[in-house]
Design a protein around this ligand. Structure first.
Ligand code: IVH
Length: 684
């Protein structure tokens, strides 16, 4: 094909595919079938491969994914990503409405919207093309997940129509529809992995995957609800939603304008009931002042806008009969009592099992086998028992006693004074505890061996190949190839089989090899010493530099380290005095695991400002300029002398040069005061 012809065909196909994506994923009104669509897409992929010079920015082929993100870059938000004040009752909504009325005086119109239960995201568009997608993070900075977000087909990579600003941000929620959620969990079950507790967790896990082609397979979706930018041309929030819809964004059809508190209550009531008919989760309603000038008059508190509030639905309850009680052992050895229930419909699913919390709650509720109990669904994978209907207690209801031995290994259970849970103390050979330790060892923030998941670890353990973390480094191709596991599918109750194939085994071995370059601080965290979390591990590693020095340290030297108290120190001393642990370290060391801190790993107070640059200018009340700059560096940030488009913040004191302020305003660089800065540091 001639060059000019190819260029034109690429443009035509891109437009056509974009239109079909919009029809299918945003409007749910497809005009063509899957086969026809796939033909168009393969033609475009082929032409782009032959003529990469003509690939358009925002080409729909980017929805397919393929890009790998090893480490998500931290990006600061241009506008901080705030949260909303929560309310749970009509009374609180009335207070909100009255407060606003008092402050504004005039008549106020509201927009009621669904509160999507997903993961917040901010998308930046420049000249109509999606250029960046950032998660909320801590509200000041989040993760750059652009490559993954581009795989979501309802998200326009290039905007439709005209009239959009040269640059703006749109905020919304990435969600996982129920249908995709169920499919993913079935697959996880087949792979032997723990299913996701709810669609929100699944969405959040999905957007942080390294391989965007895998993200594409998750079929995420997103709804958008807030536009941000300089001089946006809207008088009301509602108008901005209508405009965003015309540019191709998926905007909910259920946003409604309301004039009175009564209108708002009607909306709450309708959706409290109708939420179970939606194909995705919502967890409440958001109420916003519609007029943007009024929004500006109301402004923000430190954490949230005064012009919006969220109303959270109460968890739905159901009543059913308690048939029997089992005891389960968790990864930490904690025992959870689990109720077997007469199946009951709750929030769209059938519930058969529910948590009975711990021994104290069982005693407090005085729950007995045969009782009518109330079940509630929270964010956890398993619902909870929250009460007993004593009036319906049958005469033969039976009280039961808490387990005294571990149901997995038979060891007598123990309970530390002041703690609610009973534990199985057999840390070294109780199967769920061993698997738990291995899973922690390979997890993302520890050794990050993502080619191994819970399912594969379980398979290696069940086949006797790994017992200790160090055993992972003795695995070979020949030992793993062909391992099999039979399981019963909860879907169709049929027996299914999974087996380790060549690609799986090679990936596992590559992942294990790569873990040898993980820094000492993460290795220390991976060991799973009680009370040694990520931050403590970092502090210890950067203080002692080598494991030998850490092991030689006594209680005084340990508690000298910032944030290390008596409790953590005792836990470390106890751990390092166990011969099995010393052997583990020695084996890991021979395998080539790092037990020495790299010189380049300068100890930082936090990573709050990593990747950010500051300009500090003027005279400050409480600190000198030098102190402020030192603090910025201690939290990972950089100081520069002049404002540019790359500057993250202008920290402005008294008598600052007017030029710096002007430039910052022009470039949209946020200008913060000494006290704003103090708040940021406190959060770090
Ligand atoms: S507006 C400054 N609208 O809920 C106001 N938020 O708990 C920005 N959310 O941070 C938020 N649905 O992640 C808004 N229709 C909606 C929403 C919504 C879900 C999330 C969002 C927000 C959080 C607040």
């Amino acid at each position: 094909m001639e060059n000019t012809e190819a260029k034109q065909r690429i443009a035509e196909l891109s437009d056509e595919i974009r239109r079909h994506n919009h029809n299918y994923y945003v409007l749910s009104k497809p005009e063509i079938g899957d086969f026809e669509f796939d033909m168009l897409l393969s033609e475009l992929i082929r032409l782009e491969t032959e003529h990469p010079e003509f690939i358009e920015p925002g080409s729909p082929t980017q929805h397919v994914g393929g890009g790998i993100t090893k480490e998500f870059r931290q990006v600061q938000h241009k506008y901080p990503m705030l949260s909303l004040g929560n309310t749970y009752s009509e009374e609180e909504i009335r207070d909100f409405e009255e407060r606003i009325h008092k402050l504004i005086g005039d008549e106020v119109e509201y927009v009621c919207e669904l509160k999507f239960d997903g993961v917040a995201i901010g998308l930046t568009y420049r000249h109509g093309t999606l250029v960046q997608a950032v998660t909320r993070g801590d509200g000041v900075q989040g993760d750059d997940v652009t490559t993954n977000i581009k795989t979501i087909r309802s998200i326009p990579l290039k905007l439709h129509g005209t009239g959009f600003p040269d640059e703006f941000e749109i905020r919304g929620e990435i969600i996982l529809p129920h249908a995709s959620f169920e499919k993913i969990n079935l697959q996880r079950e087949a792979d032997g992995d723990e299913p996701f507790a709810n669609p929100r967790n699944a969405a959040s896990g999905s957007i942080k995957m390294q391989d965007s082609a895998e993200v594409a397979k998750r079929h995420l979706d997103g709804f958008f609800y807030h536009l941000l930018g300089n001089d946006l041309p809207f008088r009301t929030h509602y108008e901005s939603l209508v405009a965003a819809k015309s540019w191709g964004f998926k905007i909910s059809d259920f946003a409604v304008r309301c004039k009175t508190a009564e209108d708002i209550f009607k909306y709450l009531e309708t959706w409290d009931a109708a939420r179970y008919d939606l194909p995705f989760d919502i967890d409440g309603v958001v109420i916003k002042v519609n007029d943007i000038r009024q929004q500006e008059m109301l402004g923000f508190t430190a954490k949230s806008p005064r012009w919006a509030i969220s109303y959270k639905f109460k968890a739905e309850q159901a009543a059913t009969r308690l048939i029997s009680v089992d005891f389960q052992v968790g990864r930490t050895g904690a025992i959870t009592p689990v109720a077997n229930l007469q199946p009951v419909q709750l929030a769209g699913t059938v519930v058969k099992r529910a948590s009975l919390h711990n021994a104290d709650v069982i005693a407090l509720l005085d729950v007995r086998v045969g009782d009518m109990v109330y079940v509630e669904k929270g964010g956890e994978i398993i619902p909870k028992i929250v009460g007993v209907d004593l009036e319906k207690r049958p005469a033969d209801a039976l009280s039961f006693s808490f387990a005294s031995t571990c149901p997995e290994c038979g060891t007598a259970l123990v309970r530390t004074e002041g703690e609610a849970a009973w534990y199985c103390p057999n840390e070294t050979s109780c199967p769920p505890q061993i698997k738990g330790k291995l899973e922690h060892f390979i997890s993302r923030k520890a050794m990050n061996i993502d080619s191994l998941g819970e399912g594969k670890i379980g398979m290696l353990f069940d086949n006797g190949l790994v017992h200790h973390c160090a055993d992972l480094y003795d695995l070979t191709f020949d030992r793993m190839i062909g391992l099999e596991k039979i399981y019963e599918s909860t879907n169709d109750k049929r027996e299914k089989k999974i087996s380790f194939r060549e690609k799986t085994v090679t990936n596992i071995l590559n992942g294990i090899e790569a873990s040898k370059s993980v820094g000492f601080d993460r290795v220390l965290f991976a060991l799973g010493i009680r009370f040694v979390g990520e931050t403590v591990a970092k502090k210890l590693a950067s203080h002692f530099i080598t494991v030998d020095k850490l092991m030689a340290a006594g209680i005084d030297e340990l508690t000298e380290v910032e944030e290390i108290g008596e409790k953590i120190a005792q836990s470390l001393l106890a751990w390092f005095s166990e011969p099995v642990n010393l052997e583990l370290i020695s084996r890991l060391r021979s395998a080539g695991i790092r037990f020495v801190m790299e010189e380049s790993q300068v100890p930082l107070l936090s990573n709050k400002f990593t990747g950010m640059t500051f300009v500090v200018s003027g005279v400050f009340g409480n600190f000198s300029r030098a102190e402020l700059k030192k603090t910025i560096e201690a939290h990972g940030g950089k100081n520069v002398g002049s404002v540019s488009a790359k500057t993250s913040y202008l920290l402005a004191g008294e008598n600052m040069g007017p030029e710096k302020r002007k430039k910052a305003e022009k470039l949209g660089v946020p200008i913060i005061s000494e006290s704003d800065f103090a708040v940021m540091i406190r959060e770090a």
